[in-house]
Design a protein around this ligand. Structure first.
Ligand code: F6P
Length: 343
């Protein structure tokens, strides 16, 4: 019997997931008799034995499509190890490719370490918060979406002489905000790594107005916090904004406070799930494809417990254990570049 490999996509959807699925399948079919089973909706598929055989034909045309043809979920496999093992044995799987972000890959690490599942990981996240890889796929597309939105929102800001506050995703790190802000020419970028002083933000915006630029763009990450010494959020606002696993809303409160302290008309826009959707950029398509091919080669080499990763311009493998050890925070050098353009 030839190689039998499973693949699943877990966590939030992300541009490039279909490109990885396609690459895994295309690399697998180069091996005589190889079969790929696509488990549906993340770990849920392995728990419920919900799968679809993936062939060269079934992955035709999916490279440019956003989302994942397999569906996704945030189910924790640690709650169902025996069902997973039973389904694994039923299919006589040789290995599993797990495509996911920090939560999914942490679970993969646990399933490998605690239950001996022979698996390899592929990092996807629009947040770029996974340690162990210079970049995952998905981030570049999200940043391009933010950049386009900032470009468009410039029109309103400029025409109406307003401040536009643009809230972006990123979970607990400021990568999307900093890259999107730099690419879109934002006048202020607020990130979780640097609690912000609202007096300083207002001062920068007023200064711009005094210098003859009566409009501004502020990009704020969903988990950016006011400095404790200048906290303008009441407890109920905080509860709403910083919900565990569900951030969102700082943009509205920030815009209200900016209008109050500067007297400049201010509006906000929350880009939300738009950042996760759509067709992957060329960078993400290529990276996801390289990751998919490498993941299948790790399976062929029985390199279990590894994650594919980008280091410099090379696709390599790193132990899953170290990759999920900690969240990758925004690089200080990148933040300092964004800061040069404040005000
Ligand atoms: O990790 C991707 C991400 O879009 C984050 O930026 C955001 O905080 C979170 O997922 C939203 O999660 P959900 O899809 O569960 O609402």
């Amino acid at each position: 019997m030839g190689l039998r490999v499973g693949i699943l996509t877990g966590g939030g959807d992300c541009p490039g997931l279909n490109a990885v699925i396609r690459a895994v399948v295309r690399r697998a079919v180069l091996e005589d008799g190889a079969e790929v089973l696509g488990f549906k909706n993340g770990w849920r598929g392995l728990i419920d034995d919900d799968f679809v055989p993936l062939t060269r034909l079934s992955v035709t045309g999916i490279l440019p499509r956003g989302g994942t043809i397999l569906g996704t979920s945030r189910v924790d496999p640690q709650d169902h190890p025996s069902r997973i093992r039973a389904n694994w044995d039923r299919h006589a799987l040789d290995g599993l490719v797990v495509v996911g972000g920090e939560g999914t890959l942490r679970a993969a690490r646990d399933m490998w370490r605690d239950h001996g599942l022979r698996l390899v990981g592929v990092p996807k996240t629009i947040d770029n918060d996974l340690d162990g890889t210079d970049f995952p796929f998905g981030f570049d597309t999200a940043v391009n979406t933010v950049m386009e939105a900032v470009d468009r929102l410039h029109s309103t800001a400029e025409s109406h002489h307003r401040v536009m506050v643009i809230e972006v995703m990123g979970r607990h790190s400021g990568w999307i905000a900093a890259y999107g802000g730099i690419a879109g020419g934002a006048d202020v970028v607020l990130v979780p790594e640097h609690p912000f002083r609202i007096t300083r933000v207002c001062e920068l915006l007023r200064h711009r107005e005094q210098q003859g630029t009566p409009f501004s763009i502020v990009v704020v990450a969903e988990d950016a916090h006011p400095h404790p010494e200048e906290d303008f959020l009441d407890p109920s606002a905080k509860e709403q904004i910083y919900k565990r696993g569900r951030l969102g809303g700082i943009g509205y409160h920030l815009a209200t406070e900016i209008e109050r302290c500067t007297g400049i008309e201010t509006r906000h826009a929350n880009l939300g799930y738009v950042q996760r959707g759509g067709s992957p950029t060329a960078f993400d398509r290529v990276l996801a494809t390289r990751f998919g091919v490498k993941a299948l080669e790790l399976v062929l080499g029985a390199q279990w417990g590894q994650m594919v990763a980008l280091k410099g311009n090379k696709v390599v493998s790193v132990p899953l254990d170290t990759a999920v050890e900690r969240i990758k925070q925004l690089d200080e050098e990148v933040y300092r570049v964004a800061e040069v353009f404040f005000g």
